[in-house]
Design a protein around this ligand. Structure first.
Ligand SMILES: Nc1nc2c(ncn2[C@@H]2O[C@H](COP(=O)(O)OP(=O)(O)O)[C@@H](O)[C@H]2O)c(=O)[nH]1
Ligand SMILES: [Mg+2]
Length: 180
């Protein structure tokens, strides 16, 4: 998950894990961990979230994580136009190692409609130009669409993992045949 500072990444994770809205602003310092178990097709999956500070000294870790990522969530603040504008930079950052990385675009703070500065044309443009999976607007305050984005992204990751597993089994089978 990436996005500009104060778009709501930590608050989003906090709400997803603890079911509560954390209203105080607190810069992510270093790294925070969150875990949650979910079930997909009756399979228990433990997810570990690493929430890195956006500061420069953490860039190295961020790049390393991008390398191994199966999918990404990119966040922007529906009330700050510049954060949507910067989405393009985050897409390029995430796709540095994998040009086809699946990305879900997430606009946060949908409860603050009186302060919206959204340009829907730009959202549609990004969706098409970068072939993004989908776009959701969500609120960490009301919880709107929150479960949906995680469900969507985990389903994608699960499918990729299954494909990898299938390929691995097929490779093993071929190697066995060769051995005989
Ligand atoms: N009203 C409202 N405020 C939010 C929402 N999500 C985050 N915030 C607030 O936005 C500020 C920045 O959030 P934070 O999670 O620290 O952003 P981060 O830098 O991306 O991790 C905090 O004061 C949050 O309480 C939301 O959906 N609605
Ligand atoms: Mg944070």
């Amino acid at each position: 998950m990436c996005g500009d500072t104060a778009t709501g990444k930590t608050t989003l994770l906090y709400r997803y894990i603890y079911g509560k809205f954390r209203s105080e602003t607190q810069m992510t310092n270093g790294v925070e961990f969150f875990t949650r178990d979910i079930f997909i097709n009756d399979k228990k999956i433990t997810h570990i979230f690493w929430d890195f500070a956006g500061v420069k000294r953490c860039r190295f870790f961020q790049e390393d994580f991008c390398r191994g990522a199966d999918a990404a969530l990119i966040t922007f603040d529906l009330c700050r136009y510049d954060t949507l504008f910067n989405v393009e930079r985050w897409i390029n950052f995430c796709r540095h190692f994998n040009r086809n990385l699946p990305i879900l675009l997430v606009g946060l703070k949908s409860d603050l409609h009186d302060y919206f500065q959204v340009n829907f044309d730009l959202i549609v443009k990004f969706l098409k130009k970068y072939n993004l999976i989908d776009y959701f607007s969500i609120s960490c305050k009301t919880g709107k669409n929150l479960e949906k984005i995680f469900y969507t992204i985990f389903n994608i990751i699960n499918k990729i993992e299954e494909k990898k597993e299938k390929a691995r089994k097929e490779r093993e089978r071929r190697e066995k045949v060769l051995l005989f």
